[in-house]
Design a protein. Structure first.
Length: 253
């Protein structure tokens, strides 16, 4: 094959945006349309086709006469006779739309992969949150059980205290002696049936009154002075007189 002249179809001229009035360039000049990144691959393919009759099917980026970037698919089929290259035929196809679609698909796949990773991470976080929630529920259940047990203990203690108070009240009320419960300021805050009968007064005539209403010899100041230095756990016995509702004094000790 002595000539490297190319014969282009109108489609090749259209793809490279060259006016039809021009002739197709010879091979070395035609390579100038191919971007530098792909030129070594194209040169190697063309050389193999011309020297060895090797076909090629390559994809390049070309820069058109109007400085537009396009993807093309170049297919070369050498025709050999008696071991010598007679001619080369092939196709030159604009695949820019396909390449753009592939690139968009690649981007979408990457986005999909990123979304899947985010979804996987979100699922892991959800599982972790569910585990934490289960742990919190278990802790809450344990706390409820503890609270229920504490409430039962408190209720039992309250019932026991009420029973003790009832026994104490029964013991106090059935005692034949007069019994008084006096506050620190000398106020009578409780009494028993023995005191009610001895003083001839109703319970509400005794409770809430000052100690002097029962024992005229012990005004509040004297009562406080007498008891301020006496330990709470020490019992004292002394003689005095309590005043009946009719005014009579009743000796007591």
């Amino acid at each position: 094959m002595g000539s490297q002249k190319q014969i282009w179809t109108d489609e090749v001229f259209r793809i490279l945006e060259i006016d039809l009035e021009y002739d197709a360039p010879e091979i070395p000049e035609g390579l100038n349309f191919i971007d530098p990144e792909f030129r070594p691959m194209a040169e190697k393919g063309i050389q193999g086709a011309m020297e060895k009759g090797e076909p090629y099917n390559q994809e390049w980026i070309v820069t058109t006469a109007k400085r537009q970037k396009k993807w093309v698919n170049a297919v070369c089929n050498p025709i050999m006779e008696n071991g010598e290259l007679k001619s080369v035929s092939g196709s030159f196809q604009d695949i820019t739309d396909r390449k753009n679609a592939e690139e968009q698909l690649k981007v979408l796949n990457q986005q999909l992969g990123a979304n899947e990773q985010q979804l996987r991470a979100a699922n892991q976080q959800l599982q972790a949150s569910e585990q934490q929630l289960q742990a919190s529920v278990q802790q809450l259940q344990a706390s409820e059980q503890q609270l229920r047990a504490a409430s039962q203990e408190l209720l039992a203690a309250k019932e026991k205290a009420e029973e003790s108070e009832i026994r104490y009240r029964n013991l106090v009320d059935t005692a034949s002696d007069a019994i008084y419960l006096i506050s620190e300021d000398g106020t009578l805050i409780d009494t028993n049936q023995g005191a009610i009968e001895m003083l001839g007064k109703a319970r509400d005539e005794i409770v809430g009154q000052s100690i002097v209403s029962v024992d005229p010899s012990y005004p509040v100041k004297k009562f406080l002075d007498y008891w301020k230095d006496v330990p709470f756990d020490k019992q004292l016995r002394f003689e005095t007189a309590h005043q009946h509702k009719n005014g009579n004094l009743i000796p007591v000790d």
